[in-house]
Write a protein that binds this ligand. Structure first.
Ligand code: THU
Length: 160
């Protein structure tokens, strides 16, 4: 046997103003999209914004439900909307901003496992890295590809 070690490379920024212009725009769109969040149960409001290959920006927010599993995270709301309307425009980057009561957490909100899996799908079909920008008040984290937040992605089943 042998031991293996994984290293994750990501960038940490201490303010939105430190971001390059396209990232800053996407971060601000995610924060703006928080306004559409429907989260009467958790009180945790999340906005997300995706930049497609065309430069188009698509946004989403979390939509909760009294029967909780029926609700959906901000990231999947935006990804499914984007893919439903512009399936031929690969997703290049997604920004996520969340916090209680329409505020922004100090630490970035990190996507749940199901959202990471859906990101992996669209990274695979888009045939290019899908970057993730997690926006907090004190820190912003940027990951270059989904593999960095979902190691050992399952990509074995190839539909015919
Ligand atoms: N949520 C998101 O929309 N995205 C995340 O990255 C984390 C969690 C939502 C799900 C639920 O509506 C609320 O935040 C609390 O978990």
């Amino acid at each position: 046997m042998r031991h293996e070690k994984l290293e994750i490379d990501y960038q940490v920024f201490s303010s939105i103003d430190e971001l390059e212009p396209l990232d800053k725009e996407l971060a601000l769109e995610a924060i703006k999209a928080q306004a559409g969040s429907y989260a009467p149960y958790s009180g945790y409001n999340v906005g997300s914004a995706i930049r497609l290959s065309s430069g188009r920006i698509v946004t989403g927010s979390n939509q909760e439900n009294n029967a909780s599993p029926a609700g959906l995270c901000a990231e999947r709301t935006a990804m499914f909307y984007a893919h439903a309307h512009w399936p031929d425009e690969p997703m290049e980057e997604i920004a996520i901003a969340g916090g209680p009561g329409f505020t922004l957490d100090d630490e970035p909100a990190t996507p749940c496992g199901q959202c990471r899996q859906v990101m992996a799908e669209f990274q695979s079909t888009g045939k290019r890295p899908f970057a993730i920008l997690m926006v907090g008040k004190r820190e912003i984290w940027k990951f270059g590809k989904v593999d960095d937040i979902l190691p050992f992605i399952f990509d074995g089943y190839k539909p015919k």
